[in-house]
Write a protein of this length. Structure first.
Length: 251
């Protein structure tokens, strides 16, 4: 079953636009968990334009499902992750100030060896590790050598070309990338610009997919449908069962 991790960054963005605590990120997370999502994702950035470090601590104290913290591994980010010890850390190559993630790591440039030591530090802390990557076999093989537990396939190009011949070619590349990753012992996650329209085809094609992280589209849909109904709609699109809240435990 593909797990749905709801990225709640946009909830914090709306709150920060006005100040105060409306909408309440913690309350929104409670709604998502009650609706059956399998995890929560946050992406704290240096400028704190959406999720803040305090949000991360507040959520860590109440989350009963998997907790995924993603971001660029600067010194403050590394310290935060090691203090919180989430279920998973997803490392992305975003430089400070970038609007949103728009590419995976280039692990074959010769400048990525430092990531291996960092991945080992996180794993020693009991944190599952994932690297944000394009669907490129060379990058995937390098991620395994660096010691990552999983990869997260960058689905932006697929989403943007969905419904076109180019989109079908990109989907095939993701299918093969996931196959290779599983073959060499890597778990496979995916994320970026996935929505109710393009998810079913992706899940059908990319076998062994373990988790998708969805924020912008899901929160946008919630403006029309409500948060509870929207989480359930995404679970249905994934073909996944809601998590049993009563039996849910943070791993």
């Amino acid at each position: 079953m593909v797990r749905l991790s709801v990225n709640v960054n946009k909830i914090a963005t709306l709150r920060n636009a006005r100040g105060g605590n409306i909408p309440d990120v913690v309350e929104a997370v409670r709604k998502c968990i009650a609706a059956g999502c399998h995890g929560i994702t946050v992406h704290p950035r240096p400028d704190a334009r959406h999720i803040t470090f305090q949000d991360v601590f507040d959520l860590a104290a109440m989350i009963t499902v998997e907790f995924n913290i993603e971001g660029y591994p600067g010194a403050e980010f590394i310290d935060l992750v090691l203090r919180v010890r989430p279920t998973q850390v997803t490392l992305v190559p975003d430089p400070p100030g970038v609007l949103t993630s728009n590419a995976g790591w280039n692990l074959t440039s010769g400048d990525a060896d430092w990531l291996g030591d960092l991945l080992a530090r996180f794993k020693q802390g009991g944190i599952r590790t994932s690297l944000f990557l394009n669907a490129d076999n060379e990058q995937i093989e390098r991620a395994r050598k660096l010691g990552a537990d999983r990869i997260e396939l960058y689905t932006g190009p697929y989403a943007h070309a969905f419904g076109t011949p180019e989109g079908e070619q990109i989907l095939e590349a993701h299918r093969e990338a996931a196959r290779l990753a599983r073959k060499i012992g890597l778990g496979v996650n995916a994320g970026h610009d996935l929505d109710l329209k393009n998810i079913p085809a992706y899940v059908k094609a990319v076998k062994g997919l373990q988790e998708v992280s969805i924020g912008h589209a899901l929160i946008s849909d919630a403006l029309y449908m409500g948060l509870t109904r929207t989480v359930k709609a995404y679970l249905k699109a994934l073909g996944s069962k809601p998590l049993n809240v009563k039996g849910a435990k943070r791993k």
